[in-house]
Design a protein around this ligand. Structure first.
Ligand code: SF4
Length: 66
């Protein structure tokens, strides 16, 4: 699964970084995918958390592709 954040949509709630710190960080007021974060999302438990983070992102800025 590929994970990215569409910065133009993100409004900086930081929820993704709090929910899944192994994958997301909060930098300069935006949620970002950590270097190597997409690899972490291959773990089944982390993947579930990423799916939930995407669902709960208030601006639907987290983009997941297979
Ligand atoms: S949860 Fe969504 S809006 Fe909030 S920082 Fe992450 S990507 Fe941005």
């Amino acid at each position: 699964m590929k994970v990215s954040v569409e910065r133009s949509l993100c409004y900086g709630s930081a929820e993704c970084a709090h929910r899944v710190p192994a994958v997301f960080a909060f930098e300069d007021g935006y949620g970002v995918v950590r270097p190597g974060g997409a690899d972490a999302a291959e773990d089944a438990r982390v993947r579930e958390a990423v799916l939930e983070a995407a669902e709960k992102c208030p601006s639907q800025a987290i983009v997941l592709t297979e």
